[in-house]
Design a protein around this ligand. Structure first.
Ligand code: ZN
Length: 385
């Protein structure tokens, strides 16, 4: 069973040192809707076939045998997957050190096979930024429930009730309205809201979250938001229609819908800022040519791509310079080789220069710029890639 992506897990993978033994890292994209184990396995096999020659270069017999064992072990793992319920699969294996780890995420990874002395974790680090950890807090006058939502899954963290003295039963909505006018929030209820706010702050301190989503009736909202810790309140992103009794699966689906909407808005704003900054000659570039130029200058801070975007281009085998048209390399004078998807090479180059990578799904302004752009560390003048 593949594990969920978490920052501590990525950090511990990053800290693994094989002491020189080869570590095989494999990333796969999986189509949850149509793929079976056998399809995933054949994707893995063709990835291996494409990369074997490269990963065996300058390896001794012992290392080759270790990598072959890794490949067998990974094949075995895929053959035994109970079900294909991830979009992206990352596997790390170092048979010599008895090290094996698998991680599943909802969106596909770009297929890659990398062998080095440490697990290749850059795509995981990028994925950590793509997925938001969301605290979902449902509060009424007496009860509170806290969930954590991450990568499409949700778990209950805690639930509690405070002993609020029974209220006079009001008849229906009209009575409720009347009580709101006359009583506003009672002292005991205020204590309960403060308790709930305290639990949220504890969760923030101990586990952390990026966004907060509330399920609170309109008449309690102002009072509850008012008692939230500043760090917690500034993460408040929206409200879901949910009560204490709402089934967890319904809360999950509503949170997922909201998260996707928020993510879409965030992406739209980021792309808008990118395009405007680039147009104003500021520290950003839009379009394939300009982005490759910025990568060639090691100037990229954040590479922004439409998920799955692909363009033909050229790559210098000598110095790694990227370009669109075949020519001699401006960096080292070697011939530049044609590549089917220069965006793959662009992602590798971005990783190598320590840049962040953001994938956007869905239509955006970026589509007018070949689906690729970047924020740069300084304004990149128009040269020639
Ligand atoms: Zn070159």
């Amino acid at each position: 069973m593949e594990r969920l992506l978490t920052r501590p897990l990525v950090m511990s993978l990053g800290g693994f040192d094989s002491g020189g033994a080869p570590v095989t890292s494999v990333y796969l994209g999986v189509d949850r809707a149509t793929d079976f184990r056998t399809t995933v396995l054949s994707r893995f096999r063709s990835l291996v076939a494409e990369n074997l020659h490269k990963v065996f270069q300058e390896r001794n017999a012992g290392e080759e045998a270790s990598i072959r064992s890794d490949i067998e072990k990974i094949s075995g793992f895929i053959s035994n997957m109970r079900k294909v319920d991830v979009g992206g699969l990352a596997v790390f294996s170092c048979c010599q050190k008895n090290f094996f780890e698998t991680i599943g995420v909802p969106d596909p990874f770009r297929p890659q096979m990398i062998v080095s002395r440490r697990p290749a974790i850059a795509p995981l680090v990028a994925a950590l930024e793509d997925y938001k950890r969301i605290a979902v807090c449902i509060v009424d006058r007496r009860n509170a429930k806290l969930y954590e939502y991450f990568m499409g899954r949700m778990q209950e963290i805690t639930a509690f009730s405070d002993d609020v003295p029974g209220r006079v039963k009001m008849a229906g909505w009209a009575g409720w309205q009347e009580s709101k006018i006359h009583h506003s929030i009672e002292k005991q209820e205020m204590i309960h809201l403060k308790n709930a706010a305290e639990v949220l702050f504890e969760q923030f301190r101990l586990a952390g979250f990026d966004w907060l989503v509330l399920g609170v009736r309109a008449e309690l909202r102002e009072a509850f938001e008012g008692v939230l810790h500043t760090y917690v309140r500034e993460r408040l992103k929206g409200h879901v229609d949910a009560q204490i009794t709402t089934p967890q699966e319904d809360v999950r689906l509503r949170t997922m819908e909201l998260a996707e909407k928020l993510k879409g808005e965030e992406n739209r704003k980021m792309v808008q800022r990118l395009v405007e900054t680039a147009a104003a000659g500021g520290p950003a570039v839009a379009g394939l040519h300009r982005t490759l130029e910025a990568l060639n200058l090691s100037a990229v801070d954040t590479l922004v791509l439409r998920a799955g975007v692909s363009h033909k281009g050229v790559l210098c085998a000598g110095c790694g310079l990227l370009g669109i048209k075949r020519s001699d390399c401006a960096g080292c004078g070697n011939n530049m080789n044609q590549v089917d998807n220069v965006v793959d090479a662009a992602e590798d180059a971005a990783m190598a220069q320590g840049a962040r990578i953001r994938h956007m799904s869905g239509e955006s302004l970026l589509d007018k710029f070949e689906g690729i752009g970047a924020f740069t560390r300084f304004a990149v003048k128009n040269g020639g890639a």
